[in-house]
Design a binder for this molecule. Structure first.
Ligand SMILES: [Zn+2]
Length: 232
């Protein structure tokens, strides 16, 4: 294994008896490994890495922000998002009910018991996110039912690691990722439309994309935005 640098990013270069180049960025620290066929020279490997630089940077940023996200402490002064808006968290100790309230000045007041743990505070915030989505989603679904002409029998909200939504076409039930509460409202539109279009077309094929273009012409832009590295 040799190490080399492309635009200040250090990469491990490994030569193996393989046919194709493999480029991997590893979480959590964004280590880059480039595995190339044995005969390939350094210059060729470097120019391949250079051609993938945008992707490498994007992956590294994603892992960095995930790391940051996980290290949230839920303390006063931290920023948290709701419907794409940034709020400064203000933790207030109370013996009363746990709750979250937004204030006009971009403050998110969180009422919790004294000495509550970060895990508990996270739970309070996500319960609030869930409540908010529960209130909002029926409006989104009704709006799109009229436009798309399909009926959603039931919706659910859950935290998902790898998907923004799912659709059970048989039961006409859609699931929405709780994390969407953090994202801008158009992201909620996009996921609701995507899952509802599955009631017309199960697969991500041409027909599916045609429906998306018809109902939500900006879907691709929103999709990219949603899957972009979180800079939160
Ligand atoms: Zn889908």
């Amino acid at each position: 294994m040799t190490k080399f640098k492309v635009e200040n990013i250090e990469m491990d270069l490994i030569r193996k008896n393989i046919k194709n180049i493999h480029l991997t960025v590893y979480p959590p620290d964004g280590r880059v490994k480039l595995t190339v066929p044995r005969h390939m020279d350094d210059e060729e490997a470097r120019s391949f890495a250079l051609s993938k630089l945008t992707w490498i940077i994007k992956q590294r940023k994603k892992y960095a922000s995930l790391e940051k996200q996980e290290k949230r402490e839920y303390i006063t002064g931290e920023s948290h998002y709701y419907l794409g808006q940034k709020y400064l968290l203000n933790v207030i100790e109370t013996m009363g009910k746990h709750r979250v309230e937004l204030r006009e000045e971009g403050c998110m007041d969180m009422y919790v018991r004294p000495a509550s743990t970060p895990e508990k505070r996270e739970k309070v915030l996500f319960e609030w996110y869930r409540q908010k989505l529960k209130e909002l989603l029926p409006f989104y679904i009704e709006k799109w039912e009229r436009i798309i002409g399909v009926e959603v029998k039931e919706f659910g909200i859950k935290r998902m690691k790898t998907r923004w939504g799912t659709c059970n076409t048989r039961d006409k039930r859609i699931w929405i990722n709780l994390e969407l509460a953090r994202k801008a409202p158009q992201c909620l539109d996009y996921i609701v439309v995507h899952e509802m279009v599955h009631l017309l077309e199960k697969h991500h094929n041409k027909a599916f994309r045609d429906y998306m273009n018809e109902f939500l012409p900006a879907w691709k832009t929103i999709k990219n935005e949603l899957n972009e590295i979180n800079t939160q």
